[in-house]
Design a protein around this ligand. Sequence first.
Ligand SMILES: Cc1cc2nc3c(=O)[nH]c(=O)nc-3n(C[C@H](O)[C@H](O)[C@H](O)COP(=O)(O)OP(=O)(O)OC[C@H]3O[C@@H](n4cnc5c(N)ncnc54)[C@H](O)[C@@H]3O)c2cc1C
Length: 466
Amino acid sequence: MADLTKKFDVLVIGGGNAALCAAISARRAGASVLVLEGAPKFYRGGNTRHTRNMRCAHDAATEILTGPYTEEEFWDDLLRLTGGQTDEELAKFMIAESKDILNWIVEQGVRWQPSLGGTLSLGRTNSFFLGGGRAMLNALYLTAEKLGVEIRYDAEVTALEIEDGMFLSAGLKQPIDGTTEIRASALVAAAGGFEANIEWLKEYWGEAADNFLIRGTPYNRGSILKLLLDKGVQDIGDPTQCHAVAIDARAPKFDGGIITRHDSVVFGIVINKHAQRFYDEGEDIWPKRYAIWGRLVAAQPDQIAYIIFDSTVVTSFMPTLFPPIAGATLAELAGKLELDPAALEKTVTDFNAAVQPGTFDHTILDDCRTEGITPPKTHWARRIETPPYLAYPVRPGITFTYLGTRVNKQSRMVMKDGKPSANMFAAGEIMAGNVLGKGYAAGIGMTIGSVFGRVAGQEAAKNARN
Ligand SMILES: Cc1cc2nc3c(=O)[nH]c(=O)nc-3n(C[C@H](O)[C@H](O)[C@H](O)COP(=O)(O)OP(=O)(O)OC[C@H]3O[C@@H](n4cnc5c(N)ncnc54)[C@H](O)[C@@H]3O)c2cc1C
C-alpha cells in the first residue's frame, strides 16, 4: 500500500463509473493515482451500481446493438429532449467520443450483453452491461487495482484547499493510515450530484423534498460540488432540474434502485390524492416520456399519486418489486388507498365515457384516445372496467441532480472569471449539467461519466507531468 503522505500525481474523489474511468485512464497515461471513495467498500460505486446500460453512437449494427445510431441522430435526440439547453460543443464532442467508448470500456474488462426485451425498447441505441452496473464496476475496480491505482474506502473528503483555481490538497473526514491531508498535482472530482442531500433539495423544492425518495446512493450529498462552487468554480445547470421518475411509494428512502420504478402509466390513468387526473398519460411513447412523471408527482399535493388500472393489463408491463393494491370494486380500492370512493368512481366513470374506439398498440402513437375530458389521454386510452381494480402508489424518485461544475472539452473546470482551472477536472454527474440542461435520454448518464471520465484522467495525468 502506498504512503498517503506522499504527493500523488492525480487524486480522484468518488468511486463510481466516472471516477474509475478517470483513474484508469490517468494510470494508463503513467500517473500515480489515488481514488478516495466516501462509501464503505460494500457500497462502493455510487449510483453506478444501479445502472444497466449506456447510450453510444455507432454506425452499424453490432453483436449487441440491433442497428445504427449515428452521431447526427444522437445529437437530434439530445437537442430535442433538452429543449436546446445543452452546450453544443461539449455535447457533440461527447457524442463523437462515445463511439470509441464502446470498445474502450471493453478493454477495461467490462462485458456487454445483447439487450433483452423489457421496458424501454433500447436495443438499437443502448448497450447493456453483462451482470448490470455492479458487475461493470467490479470489472473497472479490478482493472484499476491491477494497474496499481491506490483505492481507499470510507474516505469521505470534507475539505478542499484551493488557491486561485489551483488544487493543493484534500481533507479527509477521518484519518486513513494516520493522515487526513491528501496532496496531489491534479484533481479529478467525480463525486456525483447532491440528490441525497434533502436539506439542499429543500432550498429549491421546499418542504415537498421531504416526500422525495432517492433512487440511488445516500453518499451523493454534493459536498464536493459545494466546496468547489464555494472556492470559485463556475456553476452550470438549473438547481431545480434533476432526473426524477415515478417510483413506488413503498420503496426505501435510498437505494431502491431500478426495481421500484413503475412503467405502467400508459396502461391506466394517474390520479392525485383527491382522485383527480392531472396529466395526459398517453402523451408520447413511454421511453421518451417516463422521466417527466417524477416532477409531475412532485407538483401534486403531498407528492403522492396513484396509477390506476384493471386486471386486463397486468401482464402488459414489467412487474416491480411491489405488488399492486387490489380491490374488487373501485370503492374497495379507494378505501385501501385512503381516497374518497365517490371521487374515484366519478373520475373512472368520466374517463371511461370519454374513451373513443380504436386499435390499441403501445409501441406506436395509436388511435385509442379520449374526447371531452381534461386532461385528455391522447393515446392508449382504454376503459378501466374489469375487476379486480388495481393501483400502485407513486412518489417522486430522484435519480440525479443537474447543477454542476462548468467544464471545457478537456473536462477541466472553469472558474467564475472564465479562466480554466490550473489543475482541476470534473467528470460524471458532478458536471452532467453541461450536457443536460434539462430532460434525459436513457443511458446518457453513463456516457457522460465514461467519456468525460476518460478525458479527465488523461488530461489530469498530462497536467501532473508538466
Ligand atoms: C436506479 C438508477 C438507475 C440508473 N440507471 C442508469 C442506466 O441504466 N444508464 C445510465 O446511463 N444511467 C443510469 N443512472 C444514472 C447513473 O447512475 C449516473 O449517471 C452515473 O452512475 C453517474 O456516475 P458518477 O460516477 O458520476 O456518479 P456515482 O456513480 O454516483 O458515483 C459518485 C461517487 O462519489 C462518492 N462520493 C460522494 N461524495 C463524496 C465525498 N465527499 N468524498 C468521497 N467520495 C464521495 C460516492 O460514494 C460515489 O462513489 C441510474 C441511476 C439510478 C439511481
